[in-house]
Design a protein around this ligand. Sequence first.
Ligand SMILES: NC(=O)C1=CN([C@@H]2O[C@H](COP(=O)(O)OP(=O)(O)OC[C@H]3O[C@@H](n4cnc5c(N)ncnc54)[C@H](O)[C@@H]3O)[C@@H](O)[C@H]2O)C=CC1
Ligand SMILES: O=C(CO)COP(=O)(O)O
Length: 339
Amino acid sequence: MAKIAVYGAGGWGTALAIMLCKAGHAVTLWSAHASTLERLQRDGQNSRLLPGVSLPPELAYSDANDIVSGADFAILAVPSGAVRETARRLSGLVRENTIVVNVAKGFEEHTLKRPSEVIGEELPGIKVATLSGPSHAEEVSRGVPTTVVAASQWQDAALAVQDAFMNPMFRIYVNPDIVGVEIGGATKNVIALAAGICDGLRLGDNPKAALMTRGITEMARLGMRLGGRAPTFAGLAGIGDLIVTCSSEHSRNRRAGIYIGQGMAATEAVAKVGMTVEGYTAAHTVHLLAERHGVDMPIVTECYRVLYEQKDPYTAICDLMQRQKKHEFEDVWLRGSNW
Ligand SMILES: NC(=O)C1=CN([C@@H]2O[C@H](COP(=O)(O)OP(=O)(O)OC[C@H]3O[C@@H](n4cnc5c(N)ncnc54)[C@H](O)[C@@H]3O)[C@@H](O)[C@H]2O)C=CC1
Ligand SMILES: O=C(CO)COP(=O)(O)O
């Protein structure tokens, strides 16, 4: 049995707390707002985000930063924009042998840094792992079979997460490529918005399949430019997460995209979803990263224009269709095909 502190009582933090508590761990769920925790305890469920899923009676609650003292694992389950502030709360309280597990999927907006980079800056000397992959809170909280990846630059940290968190309904693979895993998680949200826009426009299945396929190419192109490894993008944190988020009724990013495709302004769509829509901020950060590193990401660029420059979504799709003629795997062809 491990002692686990879960920082963040939103959809994902609550789902992980339920799953880990039911697996027999001693789990404390943290929120900055005591009123949130009181509501969870009173209702016996997270009625807004995970209605109908009972919170285990063994689950503990606290709004005190120091729940990390003596913990084996601290899970940061807040949006990427809140990772620095939340990691800072652990500063001076977290033990050297506690593993900090990031589950946020995005970049810090003003620094363009990945969550584990941010945590590393705030908590030097602490081992960080990232848990990512196709895993909606709505299903994990109900014990639906789910498979994810635990990535870390420290092999022992990834293996410790795998050993402690894996159970018959939650399968974990390990991967040393935390760069690729985090870039996969952040970029798939932008492609999910684009896929949702496509659904909102009622364009059909062909364009959506194309967006997903060319989307993973863009994700891998950026990821590899930033130091990630190609196989990661063919794995759970790449194509796996892209498939779930572009096709699921649970996806927040896809839902926001549907509203935009139906004619709603982006900010209005995000507000209507009412939960974290990481792809909105990520469209901006990924667009900036692509520009900065000279990476061609046409879907991300068009998505950025729709979200931030009020470009008409259908015109954006048409512009993608009418780009210059290309080889499917241009980078590969340039490296030595005899064509
Ligand atoms: N919901 C899901 O199925 C999954 C979500 N994720 C990722 O997990 C992260 C969190 O997502 P959700 O739980 O869905 O979001 P959510 O919107 O349901 O909950 C976010 C929680 O973070 C808290 N929070 C926000 N800013 C904060 C701050 N500055 N300080 C302290 N607490 C703060 C909020 O009060 C809320 O409880 C996101 O990066 C998301 O992409 C990853 C996998 C699955
Ligand atoms: O990353 C997630 C599931 O893996 C959550 O994001 P979405 O809700 O947009 O799918």
